[in-house]
Design a protein around this ligand. Structure first.
Ligand code: FPP
Length: 244
């Protein structure tokens, strides 16, 4: 089957609402070509473009991609700077087409340690899309799942002390309303490339019932066909959410 036939075989009544992707393997992809790691990240950015277009093709509502984790600060400074520069360049270059596709893009994560001027340039680029009602793309940047839970607990604790929240009323819905993902449903499907079988602190609260889909392909080699294959496999699974 080619891409169009695969797209047509998606059951439109059971499309995952939210797909989360751990885009792994850019470094190895570059190394195989005797290039530096940023060469791999640049190729990886093109794959983001491809999966966004694919999501638009089959009516995906939410897509979250893990671009820079809270732990990625431990990488060499040149790589960190390169990733930051790449993100801004990529968004500036793609924003018109993103907007034309009715896609809304926001960053997801902590603002701590990020240069306010840099964040302002990103948000100035993105705000054109903020009223768009199509695919909601979230770029997890300076994101960590545990950090997400910690910041939620801090806010809830402060409101408990000030009397705004009754500790007895704390439940799952309340906690969810303080996470960075408060305006999105939980991911139905989590994809990770490059053969690693880990979660790496990505959306750890939110993926409690997500289906997992792994591929050995390195992120720059991942294509729209792989994305649709993941959706088709998802549709063949029986999600029970703990029931029978
Ligand atoms: C993992 O590959 C990838 C990352 C840490 C960053 C993801 C970034 C991109 C896909 C491109 C830039 C982002 C945007 C939003 C334009 P790795 O470096 O861990 O690869 P390795 O495991 O093979 O070393």
């Amino acid at each position: 089957m080619d891409y169009k036939e695969m797209l047509a075989s998606i059951d439109k009544s059971r499309v995952p609402q939210h797909i989360a992707i751990i885009m792994d393997g850019n470094g190895r992809w570059a190394k195989k070509r005797l290039k530096n790691r940023l060469f791999g990240h640049r190729a990886g950015a093109q794959t983001i473009r491809e999966v966004v277009e694919c999501g638009v093709d089959f009516g995906l509502k939410y897509l979250t991609v893990y671009a820079f984790s809270a732990e990625n600060w431990n990488r060499p400074e040149a790589e960190i700077k390169g990733l930051f520069k790449l993100l801004l360049e990529f968004l500036k270059k793609e924003i018109d087409e993103i907007h034309a596709n009715n896609v809304c893009v926001k960053l997801l994560g902590s603002e701590e340690r990020l240069d306010p001027a840099y964040l302002a340039s990103i948000n100035n680029t993105l705000k054109l899309t903020w009223n768009n009602t199509g695919l909601q793309l979230r770029i997890a940047f300076n994101y960590g799942g545990r950090q997400d839970i910690v910041q939620a607990v801090k806010k809830i604790s402060q409101k408990s002390i000030s009397g705004e929240i009754d500790p007895e009323s704390i439940n799952q819905e309340l906690i969810e309303s303080y996470l960075y993902t408060r305006d999105m449903p939980d991911p139905d499907l989590l994809i990770r490339t490059s053969g690693e079988l880990r979660i790496s602190n990505f959306l750890i609260w939110q993926i409690a019932y997500a289906e997992m889909w792994f591929t050995d392909k390195l992120w720059p080699d991942f294509t729209r066909v792989d994305m649709v294959q993941a959706v088709l496999d998802f549709q063949n699974r029986n999600r029970r959410f703990g029931a029978l």
